[in-house]
Design a protein around this ligand. Structure first.
Ligand SMILES: [Zn+2]
Length: 244
């Protein structure tokens, strides 16, 4: 029942060089039960996964679970910061936690406070990467990230361009729940979207939202992981591969 993956398989069979592949799951801190199910799935497939963690949503139980998986079980999990509170501060237009309504000082305070929370929870397991909620931020955010010593920024590959300077861009190319699916059953459209990226980019980043992953979604993700872990032209990595 993996017809939906046929375009992905065909595209991978055709690439001249291996494709570097990573998964970024957002909103860690919310829906812990579903996050646990997702992490169990990646563990079964020995596949790496990066988590964008909402600092103030983090519970002690989740900290313990993540540290146990990484430090005791050796599960390849990358941890980095996903905003501060995942709160929209814009009064009009698209949702944004670090948008034009926020001054440099406000952004600095939030990002620094979030960074400190995550550092005290995860220590050296925390990566110096920042994913802004809704994949949106401003040039001011970039300035703050550089001042605070961040090394990488992860947004959507189609996000508006910013002067990122010393920050490395580690974009995601496919939203698992993208509107292109049209409805929840649109897995053939998802397969086509992933296949299209394989032909255009040397790396493929897939964005997940565990809170929306029910058993049906997890089943399809398991099928994709089954293909990726077996295919000779795929290198599954953590996003930290791009850090200096
Ligand atoms: Zn988010």
């Amino acid at each position: 029942m993996t017809v939906w993956l046929d375009p992905v398989r065909t595209a991978l069979d055709a690439v001249p060089d291996p494709v570097v592949w990573y998964f970024r799951d957002d909103d860690a801190g919310w829906a812990e039960g579903r996050l646990t199910s997702l992490l169990d799935l990646f563990a079964v497939h020995h596949a790496p996964i990066d988590l964008a963690v909402i600092p103030i949503a983090l519970s002690d139980g989740l900290v313990q679970q993540l540290r146990h998986r990484i430090e005791m079980e050796g599960q390849p999990i990358g941890l980095h910061q996903h905003g501060y509170a995942h709160r929209n501060h814009e009064t009009e237009g698209r949702k944004c936690e670090f948008g034009p309504q926020r001054s440099l000082r406000q952004q600095y305070q939030d990002i620094e406070a979030g960074r400190n929370l995550l550092q005290s929870a995860f220590g050296s397991n925390l990566q110096p990467t920042f994913t802004p909620p809704w994949n949106r931020c401003t040039q001011t955010t970039v300035d703050v990230l550089l001042q605070l010593g961040f090394k990488a920024l992860s947004r959507d590959s189609g996000a508006s361009s910013l002067e990122t300077g010393q920050l490395t861009d580690v974009p995601v190319h496919v939203d698992w729940f993208g509107k292109f699916r049209l409805d929840r059953a649109g897995f053939s459209l998802l397969g086509e979207r992933i296949a299209a990226v394989i032909g255009q980019s040397p790396a493929v980043g897939v964005m997940l939202h565990h809170e929306r992953m029910d058993t049906g979604e997890l089943g399809r993700l398991a099928e994709l992981l089954g293909l990726l872990t077996q295919h000779r032209s795929v290198r599954l990595v953590l996003m930290q591969k791009w850090l200096p």
